[in-house]
Design a protein around this ligand. Structure first.
Ligand code: SDX
Length: 377
């Protein structure tokens, strides 16, 4: 593996690539701020629609502005009929993140650029944020044999997402838990998928292409895909008594324990702190603390053995599992939230455009003589 050197910051670690007003992470204090507001305040007092407005406009909405955004997001939930047919034609066994990446890309075919809101407008951001739950619901309902999706104007964004996936209205506790999870996942500075979106936008490519890049990037297990693998680990461990043995054997094989560690946080991810409490609350409400207790034990072992802290992906899956959301929809749920942050960063990139193009330190040979193919062996 190429090591970092004075010229090369492997993985662009600690490289400050640009200025942004959207998100601040204090990795040493464990603080996360969206446009000046601490995530703990937003998680306890706000809602996803209000946070999306904050990310896009840089300020909290008035009552009228929030009402107008909610109404606009409801209008934009509707999939074009031809797009719904395209999703229905996708293999029921397809990976949902592949479906999402494909559908976002294909949606552009039905909403040609000349009719789409211009790059600098927030219309495209609102459209993609509103329609992602519909894409996921259209796909999952068909593979699960659930009734056709309706846009349910009576439901908030978080409740619509749960209804779209599970064909039922969430309880008040579930609806609030999912709304908080969407707030927590909405943005996170220059994480890999947001950076991918900004690189795409920096070439003046369009918003749908930028979000397609981001979805493909979020899928990776070192990034958004970790939440699904945490549940696989919990199912492998089975009981709190086996946690020590299973985790230590993985660490001995230099395997990564999903849901732990972070490039920026040197202490506990503040989102994990909040999701841990929601995992306990939801588990208690269901009379089942199995996953919560298992996660607490895994946390204890990983911190003792490796000094690592949990990140946002450790507890989110236990919250979604209690709601009945299938494991392979966890990362798509992450995407349904992060699309607000991706699009906010794309709009910011358009407003202060500079082609993102770093360089590489060349380590190969130079001046090799060209040998005709007959003379090669
Ligand atoms: C997200 O960037 C963001 O903001 C992302 C995100 C967001 O909101 O967008 O926060 C969402 O992606 C959270 C992270 C989800 N991924 C995981 O949970 C996968 C497991 N975590 C690791 O792969 C890792 O911690 C990363 C990828 C998250 C960060 O890796 P880094 O910064 O490149 O750190 P590293 O790989 O250089 O590890 C440093 C040391 C190594 O030890 P040594 O080999 O030097 O002895 O810590 C060890 C690593 O082996 N280590 C782990 C570990 N994470 C780091 N060891 C075991 N399990 C882990 N999870």
């Amino acid at each position: 593996m190429v090591e970092s050197s004075p010229e090369v910051q492997h993985g662009l670690q600690d490289v400050v690539a640009l200025e942004s007003r959207i998100c601040f992470i204090d990795g040493h204090q464990g603080r996360l701020i969206y446009d000046g507001y601490d995530i703990r305040d937003l998680a306890s007092k706000s809602n996803f629609e209000e946070v999306a407005y904050l990310l896009w406009y840089g300020r909290l909405p008035t009552g009228d502005q929030l009402a107008a955004l909610r109404a606009r997001l409801v209008e934009l939930r509707q999939l074009p009929a031809a797009m719904a047919e395209r999703i229905d034609s996708m293999p029921a066994t397809a990976t949902p993140m592949d479906v999402l990446r494909t559908a976002v890309s294909e949606l552009a075919l039905f909403e040609p650029e000349e009719t789409r809101p211009g790059p600098s407008s927030i219309g495209g951001a609102q459209r993609l944020t509103a329609v992602l739950p519909s894409i996921l619901g259209q796909f999952h309902r068909r593979r699960a044999g659930l009734p056709p999706l309706t846009t349910r104007p009576d439901l908030s964004h978080a409740s619509y997402l749960l209804y779209a996936l599970l064909n039922r209205d969430p309880s008040e506790l579930e609806g609030r838990a999912l709304d908080v999870a969407l707030i927590l996942h909405a943005d996170h500075e220059l994480n890999a998928s947001t950076f991918a979106a900004r690189v795409t936008a920096s070439t003046l490519s369009d918003l749908y292409s930028a979000v397609t890049s981001a979805v493909g990037t979020l899928k990776g297990p070192l990034h958004g895909g970790a939440n699904e693998r945490v549940m696989e680990l919990l199912d492998e461990i089975g009981t709190p008594e086996r946690a020590e043995e299973v985790v230590k054997s993985k660490l001995a094989r230099h395997e990564r324990i999903m849901g732990f560690g972070h490039r920026v946080y040197k202490v506990e991810d503040p989102r994990a702190t909040i999701l841990r409490e929601w995992s306990r609350r939801i588990g208690e409400s269901k009379g089942d603390l199995h996953y919560y207790e298992l996660l607490r034990k895994v946390e204890e072992v990983v911190h003792r053995e490796k000094g690592l802290y949990p990140n946002v992906d450790l507890y989110s899956g236990s919250v979604y599992t209690f709601m009945g959301i299938p494991h392979d929809l966890f990362t798509p749920v992450f995407a349904a939230s992060r699309v607000a942050g991706w699009t906010a960063h794309v709009l910011e990139e358009y407003q202060d455009l500079r082609l993102i193009r770093p360089t590489a330190k060349y380590i190969g040979p130079t001046d090799l003589p060209y040998v005709p193919i007959a003379g090669r062996n």
